[in-house]
Design a protein around this ligand. Structure first.
Ligand code: AGP
Length: 560
């Protein structure tokens, strides 16, 4: 969370740095700030999105650092905005991560009469810079005092740009006479050379570029990158709808180049993920149990509460970003004990670097905070492990009548709560549907197992209730009929998602239905998922909200 960038050039970068900061905005958008060098270091800050900051930039400069914030320590106020300056105002820094010992450092510095302007953990980094001249040793000295995680980009009043990394992602790129340090590859679309900084590494751009580790100067080899994969181009009103609608093409492309994984040879298989990625892990558990009975999905942050049997075990980590801290923590507990697999969308992520096997889902960059195409691609990738998937089977998966979903969104958007009800795999897909609605439309949407309704949740159903019931499997049809009757007897209105006409025909005029395509039973849940993604998008739009930047959230959750 939080996006950081620094640029050193020989031409004006005042517009460019803001454009790049906008690319990073998906990482946090509570406030934004920039520091640049003219006759001295200047800071401009604003609460809210980068556009507001852009209005405050009224001069040209060729070196600067910038930050877009997802607040952890201290509210999203002006005084908590990055960048922060050292006491002598000779060093400005931006930070992504959490400094866990910041209170101790703050107390020590306060005792030496250092004055703090913010409630953030990050400001201590700036205030630790107390040398007149900046050297690799002075940067190392500061970093050695920090516990927790950080990616830092700094700028000095003498025109030195530098970066330091531990835990949070940081990349460096050079393009002719321009040097960039940033949290995301997406900022480097036209770079000539590109480098991933590892934990404990530093880059200093002064008269020349030098890389260091904790002891010495190091040589780093530039990585060849296909920047097209990371290009940032908005072709639709919002990234979310753009990304949902990309899914069919991505699936088609993926199926031409399916990556196998031999689940059978392991005694135990564990799948870890957070949020939507955890829902994918649950779906994986459901499908992969066809091959291996000892398959279990675990919420990454709950690994400490589980007893994993690492004997001949395969641990699969699902993550779009590959930077989710809870997933990385789970990985660190499994490393060395089991074979580890990263099912990811970011091949340059920490997860990709740390796992034994990488399975990229090739979903291209996902900007919208709400994960959509990446979720679907993770499921498709796991289905490829069970058996070779044929594109013929997928042709109808995304044949959903969008107009029906738009009309439905018109009916549902004013509700304060929404119920999702289903069995087995449908329940897992419903959990994901409910998460999407909560996340971008701020409606209290919850998924219940149909068999559990009468054990409590049915008390919530009255004439105002809309209940999304899904039935993707033929064997669930009879049970679903009973569920519908139970809900209707309490006055609730049904919104049915199913490919089974017999179920739809049993509904009343006041109920609604979305006909899912008549395809193989293992693929119907993907159609339901795709429909939920579109439905949540249209509900969000009806409520006048921006789906790409839901409140209180960020795309990449790099703090515990
Ligand atoms: C998805 O819509 C959410 N924004 C969130 O639950 C997300 O899936 C979760 O934070 C995991 O992210 P990751 O895939 O990058 O690890």
């Amino acid at each position: 969370m939080c996006g950081i960038i620094g640029i050193k050039s020989c031409v004006d970068i005042s517009t460019k740095i803001i454009e790049k900061l906008k690319i990073l905005e998906y990482r946090g958008y509570d406030s934004a700030g920039v520091s640049y060098l003219k006759d001295k270091l200047y800071c401009k800050k604003s609460v809210g999105k980068v556009d507001k900051l852009a209005k405050k930039i009224d001069c040209h400069f060729d070196i600067g650092i910038a930050h877009t914030r997802w607040a952890t320590h201290g509210k999203p106020t002006l005084h908590n905005c990055h960048p922060f300056l050292s006491s002598d105002k000779n060093v400005a820094i931006v930070h992504n991560g959490i400094i866990s010992n910041y209170i101790q450092i703050k107390n020590e510095l306060s005792n030496k009469n250092v004055v703090f302007d913010s409630e953030t953990d990050s400001e201590v980094i700036a205030k630790l810079f107390d040398n007149k001249t900046l050297t690799i040793d002075s940067i190392r000295k500061v970093c050695q005092k920090l516990n927790g995680s950080y990616a830092i980009v700094g700028l000095t009043a003498t025109g030195i740009l530098f970066g330091a990394k531990k835990g949070s992602p940081l990349y460096f790129a050079q393009n002719k006479d321009e040097f960039l340090i940033a949290s995301d590859i997406a900022c480097f679309e036209d770079a000539d050379s590109f480098f991933t900084l590892q934990d404990g590494e530093y880059v200093i751009v002064d008269k020349k570029v030098q890389f260091f580790d904790d002891e010495k100067i190091i040589e780093k080899i530039s990585t060849q990158l296909d920047f097209d994969k990371y290009k940032y181009a908005k072709t639709h009103e919002n990234f979310m709808i753009q990304e949902i609608l990309q899914t069919p093409t991505l699936v088609k492309r993926y199926l031409l180049n399916q990556q196998k994984l031999n689940i059978n040879k392991y005694k135990n298989v564990y799948l870890f993920g957070c949020g939507s990625a955890y829902h994918c892990a649950k779906i994986g558990e459901h499908y992969l149990r066809q091959l291996n009975k000892n398959c279990k999905a675990i919420v990454a942050s709950e690994i400490g509460e589980e007893k994993c049997d690492f004997d001949n075990a395969l641990c699969i980590f699902l993550s779009q970003s590959g930077e989710t801290i809870d997933t990385l923590n789970a990985l660190s507990l499994c490393k060395g004990k089991a074979t580890t697999v990263a099912l990811i969308n970011n091949e340059f992520s920490t997860l990709a670097r740390e796992c034994d096997i990488i399975v990229p889902i090739n979903a291209q960059k996902e900007f919208s905070v709400a994960s959509t195409k990446a979720v679907t691609m993770m499921i498709v990738a796991m289905l490829c492990w069970i058996k070779e998937q044929s594109y013929n089977d997928y042709k109808k998966v995304f044949n959903i009548n969008e107009n029906v979903l738009k009309e439905l969104a018109n009916k549902l958007y004013n509700n304060e709560s929404l119920f999702f009800v289903g069995k087995g795999i449908d329940h897992i897909i419903n959990c994901e549907g409910a998460l999407k609605v909560k996340e971008i439309a701020y409606i209290n949407a919850n998924a219940y197992l149909s068999g559990e309704l009468k054990h409590g949740p049915l008390a919530l159903i009255d004439e105002k209730a809309y209940v999304i019931v899904s039935c993707s499997q033929k064997r669930f049809v009879d049970k679903t009929k009973s569920t519908i009757c139970e809900i209707k007897a309490r006055g609730g209105k049904i919104v049915l998602f199913t490919p089974f006409l017999s179920l739809i025909e049993a509904l009343d005029n006041e109920d609604y239905s979305v006909l899912l395509p008549n395809i193989t039973s293992e693929l119907v849940p993907i159609s339901a998922l795709y429909s939920y993604q579109l439905l949540s998008y249209y509900i969000c739009k009806n409520r006048g909200l921006n789906p790409d930047f839901p409140r209180n959230l960020a795309k990449s959750v790099t703090v515990e």
